[in-house]
Design a protein around this ligand. Sequence first.
Ligand code: OAD
Length: 260
Amino acid sequence: MRQPHHRRQVVEIADLLKKASSALFITGAGISAESGLPTYRGVGGLYDDRHTDDGIPIEVALSGQMFSDRPEVTWNHLSRLESAVREVAPNRAHRALAQLQRTLTRTLVLTQNVDGLHQAAGSRDLVEIHGNIHRLRCETCGHKDVAHDLAVFREPPACVRCGRPMRPDVVLFGESLPSAELIRLKNELSHGFDIVFIIGTSAGFPYISGPVITASRQGVPTVEINPGETEVSHFVTHRLATHAGPALDAILSAVLDPGR
Ligand code: OAD
């Protein structure tokens, strides 16, 4: 946060937050980058060399079609992701966001991340639109269970309730979004927010860019925190082209600073 234009923007954003009673925080892989998890796209992103060890593009390995045709390929990649996620802890961006939520009356965190780090940092009011890698779900009866270590299973474990195979409770490429989460999101969006943040995501999906573009058209302040340019960069009122940790820390300090 050394650049003077960043400092000025941070102060403005903090002032907006102090006046706001509600805020939407949309997050993606970039907020977990400082915990040591790779992003999907961009510098150091998983898709950069585009193929897995098996020579299969990651989007294909992690698709609903592959899970149905060759479940072991998808399971292998998800279990690697799950074990990577189990090794890491929330970073200061997750923690600062959770603290900012506590200063507001109504908030929503809409995350595409399946790593569970927002909850681990103490965030409340969370929509995990792509699911959570720490959970298993039975596709037949809908029963959910905690997934401790996906790598121990040689084949999908049986559901304790109905005996049918369980699967990781994440959204794979080509699959529909979970309906309960979509309904909750739609309901929250219908009430509107006083300020909308979009942090560490390339914003490639309409349900991610849409709330930012709509807010911006309605004259609602919008803040992007991302070192790179994205689909929504030209729509936002405030853009911090930097990493999520220092940016959110600086905003939190400015919000809490009684001297200002
Ligand atoms: P991406 O990998 O597409 O984008 C990550 C974004 O984070 C990029 O725009 C980076 O510039 C930015 N970034 C990197 N480091 C950062 C940092 N320290 N602080 C802030 N920003 C940083 O990840 P997502 O947008 O989350 O879906 O990807 C969306 C979805 O695409 C994922 O949920 C996954 C993937 O395909 C499914 O698996 C269904």
